[in-house]
Each structure stands twice: as structure tokens, then as C-alpha cells.
Design a protein around this ligand. Structure first.
Ligand code: MG
Length: 386
């Protein structure tokens, strides 16, 4: 049996992972399931999978979780410190699916303890990518990307020599607005949360609407595959069937296509390096008939223009943390109706230009810079709303 832990077991990715494990429960021994505050779903998933530990981050839900799991074999824990202590349990697969920098510590702590770390938390790589990958290499933890595009690229690239790759292409659905005439000053929360193809959490759905998601994903790909940013293209592909393309120096290109269903990359990761049968059908080319691709419109989506602030290597890693921190704050403020949709990118740009020019040397530096960038972003938000 393969030992598995899931950090963030009640969100879209974590819940799908629980479903996949439940379908072949004899193959997996579930050690840890964690959640921020959804104690009910955490209890349901822990019971189904007979998890050894259920960890709730918000301490006020601990008693409620305990009551739900009374009489089961699952031990209840709470708070970040207890989550970090069970992140040190040895696993075959750990799924890191807590969204944002909130998931960085637990993902980082599982390096060296997990044989394979399936990473859905792109923000962890954006903020601490270099430090993260270096540690994973040293402590022999395989990083398996769960982001659909990166999972596709990972499947294609495998052990290819990086010098044989000319460039790679990340496909983008374009989110809800790419082909709509819309005033970004008047975007409602409801409209921004309506993703055409993927059912996901709120943060990533807003990131898709601004297309910041592709900015984060381009950085994520650069870190995962050791490529320069200018070797990564973004192409709009509204149906989200083709997930990634690798162009090789010899004129060959490989692309991966499948239904837009996150269970496919999750199942792939949970069985890597093997493949197992799935009840999800392959794409029928006769039904698809054609595939459409379009250039991205950087004029319409100003977030894509943020790359011009990311080319100076001396301040690159520092700015990546600032970019993520200010985006997390801006998205949160948009969802609380404190700022307009259009202001999300403005806040990020302002923070990028104001952050101190000091690259992080270790994981503590990452959190310090995150704090500083969050403060700068909040100051600007307050300016905008007065
Ligand atoms: Mg993606």
C-alpha cells in the first residue's frame, strides 16, 4: 500500500484526490488529511479514507471536528504547528493543494519526507521556487506538478535533455472575458467567478479572469523545467483540451491533450511513474474535428505586461514573492468588494516597483519579503479606496 497525505483535502484538488483514492482504497494508506476551516468535509473525507490524522488549521473548529470523528480511528489535530509536525511523516505521495503562500510551509516541510510531492500550489513555486527545487533535489523528493498544463509538460518532457527543447507553450482558456467586450471597471464578482471550462476554487478562478494565472504559471514552468521566461509562450485555447506543447530543436513538437478534468493529472501523479486504468474517456478526434488557438491580447489583459518587471535577475526572486503577495491581497480585496477588478493588476505593479531589492536566501527570507509586500499592497489598497 502507498502512504498518502493531502494538505488541503477539502478544496477542489484535494477533494478530487480523495475521490480518486476512495475509488481504489486498497492501494492507499491515508496518513494525513488537512483543511483550513471546512471541518465537515474534512470529517467526511477522513471517515471515507480511514485517515490516521485529520488536521484543521483554524483552532475554533477543532472541537466540532473531534465531535464529527468521535468513535473513528482518526486522530484530530489543529493549527499550523501540528500540521507541520505531521508533514514530517514519511509518505510515498504527498499532495500539496493548499492555495497561496499559506501552503508553502507544509509543502516545504514535506520535502525529504515525501518520496513524491504532487504540487498543486503554484504560489509555493512562484515564491520559493529556487530554494524549493534545490531542497527537493538534495533530499531526493520528486516534484510532480498537478497544475494541468505543467502536468502535461512534465509527461512530455520526462528525462529529455533541456538543451533539446526550443521552447514550450502553455495553453490558456482565456477565462470568462477573453473574447467578450467588457469594461474591466465594471466587472462583477459573479461574472469573474464564471469560468467556462474548469470548476475551481475562488482564488484561481479570479486569477484566470485577470489572466494572472498564466503569469504565475509561466513562472511556475520556468522553475519546474529550468527554462528562461522567454522560452515559454502562452497561447489561448478556449476549449482547454490541449494542455501543453513542447517544441524541440529538431522541428518535432509534442502536445498532450485530454478532457479538462483535474482527476486526470491527479490520478497520473498518484500512480507515477506508472499509468493505471481510468473511467475517463480519451478525446475522440472525430468528434473534436478542429482545435482553435489564438494569440493572447496583452492590451486587454494588462497582467500579461507585468513580465517587463521580471527580467532583471538581480531582483527577480524578490519580485516574484511581491507579485504573489500583492495578487493574494488584491484578489481577496476584490472578493470583498474593496477594489475594482481593474485595480488588481495596478496593485501588483505598484508593489513590484516599491519592494526592496533584496533576493531571498532561505525560506525565512521568503516570508519576510512576503510580509513586506503585503504591507505595501495594503497601503496602496487603502489609498485607492479613499
Ligand atoms: Mg493551470
Amino acid at each position: 500500500m502507498k502512504k498518502v497525505s493531502i494538505f488541503g483535502a477539502t478544496g477542489s484538488i484535494g477533494n478530487n484526490a480523495c475521490k480518486i483514492i476512495n475509488e481504489s482504497s486498497s492501494r492507499y494508506d491515508v496518513l494525513v488529511l488537512s483543511a483550513k476551516n471546512n471541518y465537515k468535509k474534512l470529517a467526511i473525507n477522513s471517515k471515507k479514507l480511514n485517515a490516521r490524522y485529520a488536521v484543521i488549521k483554524e483552532k475554533k473548529y477543532y472541537k466540532l471536528l473531534k465531535a464529527e470523528l468521535d468513535g473513528t480511528n482518526t486522530k484530530c489535530l489543529c493549527g499550523e504547528d501540528e500540521l507541520l509536525s505531521v508533514a514530517s511523516l514519511k509518505t510515498d505521495y504527498t499532495i500539496a493543494s493548499i492555495v497561496g503562500i499559506a501552503g508553502l510551509k507544509s509543502a516545504y516541510n514535506s520535502i525529504g519526507n515525501a518520496k513524491n510531492l504532487a504540487l498543486a500550489n503554484k504560489e509555493a513555486l512562484v515564491c520559493a521556487g529556487k530554494i524549493f527545487m534545490k531542497r527537493a533535489k538534495k533530499l531526493k523528493t520528486n516534484i510532480l506538478p498537478l497544475d494541468s498544463e505543467h502536468n502535461a509538460l512534465f509527461q512530455i518532457i520526462q528525462n529529455d535533455n533541456i538543451n533539446s527543447i526550443k521552447n514550450i507553450v502553455l495553453t490558456a482558456s482565456g477565462g470568462p472575458f477573453w473574447n467578450k467586450k467588457i469594461d474591466f471597471n465594471k466587472v462583477s464578482i459573479k461574472a469573474a467567478l464564471q469560468h467556462p471550462n474548469w470548476k475551481m476554487g475562488k482564488k484561481i478562478t479570479i486569477d484566470s479572469a485577470t489572466m494572472i494565472n498564466k503569469v504565475l504559471e509561466k513562472i511556475e514552468a520556468a522553475i519546474l523545467f529550468s527554462l528562461d521566461l522567454d522560452k515559454i509562450d502562452i497561447v489561448v485555447h478556449p476549449r482547454s483540451i490541449v494542455h501543453g506543447v513542447v517544441n524541440y530543436i529538431d522541428g518535432n513538437s509534442l502536445m498532450l491533450f485530454s478532457k479538462p478534468d483535474m482527476k486526470i493529472p491527479i490520478k497520473y501523479a498518484l500512480n507515477w511513474p506508472n499509468r493505471v486504468k481510468s473511467n475517463i474517456n480519451n478525446i475522440d478526434l472525430k468528434k473534436i474535428k478542429s482545435l482553435d488557438f489564438f494569440d493572447v491580447n496583452a492590451k486587454k489583459f494588462p497582467s500579461l505586461g507585468l513580465f517587463k518587471y521580471l527580467y532583471d535577475k538581480k531582483i527577480y526572486y524578490n519580485r516574484l514573492i511581491a507579485l504573489n503577495a500583492s495578487n493574494e491581497i488584491a484578489v481577496d480585496c476584490f472578493l470583498r468588494e474593496k477594489i475594482k477588478f481593474k485595480e488588481i493588476t495596478k496593485i501588483i505593479k505598484n508593489t513590484l516597483l516599491k519592494i526592496n531589492n533584496k533576493n531571498p536566501k532561505n525560506i525565512n527570507d521568503v516570508f519576510d519579503i512576503h510580509e513586506e509586500a503585503s504591507k505595501l499592497s495594503n497601503i496602496y489598497v487603502n489609498k485607492l479606496s479613499t
